[in-house]
Design a protein around this ligand. Structure first.
Ligand code: HXC
Length: 274
């Protein structure tokens, strides 16, 4: 199923934050070449941030670069897998070399698929834990020194899930990984508060034009049922998540740390996930 990114002009027309909200800040977005990560990068670029986009596939990074060029942002793309700690440290070095600072880190890269637990192979479990949880560890840990030195005050935004509280039948692997991410966020908010680093979770609901919606709902014929569970009656857009992240990354978020910002149109209130 093909999913096209939202045109940058459409996102620009929906922005409510001042275009200089993130001016001068350097943001690293993992999984930033498509879906929610790309939406976050588009919003950040439109708000004046310099962008470091990390993704596994060079061709997708090239496409993202063309789209993001419309924001007028300075862009560095890096083909890298979040599962490697050494590669994460290399991303930090290259970011400092290119832009001179690391101000914002968005841990968005994720892997997920629907699979009943008894059918999930040990390697399937490991792949998702490695990407979602260990990948977040790798980037938070490797970015510490850069974020500590940020003149704006460092920011980490971890993309998590409301299902970490309820559990997620059919996606136990992803819910378990994101539960780890959620508590990592809260632990770091306290440990790194004295270093001026704010650490928050953003919890997206079902978002149009994403692989997550396709894999978990559309390809299984479950999209209509899922839509009925969204209180506001429609799926979200990638820039809904982008604007929430931008708020937390900006000076508006100076006194916000360790929080879960749920951006899901009220989806979590209807707790059935199957
Ligand atoms: C069962 C599966 C599977 C599936 C993969 N595996 N897909 N098992 N059902 N659909 C198993 C494989 O058989 C293998 O185990 C193991 O997982 C690793 O698979 P690989 O393909 O070798 O791994 P890799 O290439 O590293 O890919 C990682 C991945 C992949 C997570 C499996 O799907 C991926 O790269 N995903 C990234 C994009 C993504 O998932 N986007 C959606 C995020 S949605 P064996 O035992 O055979 O070796 C999200 C939130 C959504 O996070 C919120 C929705 C509202």
């Amino acid at each position: 199923m093909e999913h096209k990114p939202v045109p940058t002009q459409d996102i620009a027309s929906r922005l409510v934050l001042n275009p200089s909200t993130l001016k001068g800040r350097t943001a690293i977005v993992t999984g930033g070449s498509s879906g929610i990560g790309l939406g976050i990068a588009q919003v950040f670029g439109l708000l004046g941030a310099k962008l470091v986009i990390v993704g596994r596939k060079a061709d997708k990074l090239d496409e993202a670069r063309s789209l993001l060029a419309e924001t007028d942002a300075e862009i560095l793309t890096i083909a890298s897998d979040v599962r490697s700690y050494e590669a994460a440290t290399d991303v930090m070095s290259r970011t400092i070399e290119h832009f001179g600072a690391i101000d914002i880190l968005v841990n968005n890269a994720a892997g997920n698929f629907h699979c009943p637990f008894e059918k999930l192979s040990p390697n399937g479990w490991k792949a998702v834990i490695d990407i979602d949880l260990n990948g977040t560890f790798n980037y938070c840990h490797a970015a510490f020194e850069g974020l500590r030195q940020s003149t704006f005050g460092g920011r980490i935004i971890n993309i998590s899930l409301a299902q970490v509280l309820s559990g997620w039948p059919g996606s136990a692997h992803a819910a378990s990984a994101k539960a780890g991410v959620t508590t990592l966020t809260r632990s770091l908010a306290v440990e790194w508060g004295p270093h001026g680093i704010r650490v928050n979770n953003v919890l997206p609901g079902p978002i149009e034009n994403t692989e997550g919606l396709a894999r978990l709902y559309e390809e299984r014929g479950q999209a209509e049922k899922e839509l009925e569970r969204v209180a506001v009656g429609h799926f979200g857009q990638t820039d809904d998540i982008g604007q929430a992240c931008a708020f937390l990354a900006s000076s508006a978020g100076n006194f916000i740390t360790g929080c879960d910002m749920t951006v899901d149109g009220g989806r979590w209130l209807k707790r059935s996930w199957t």
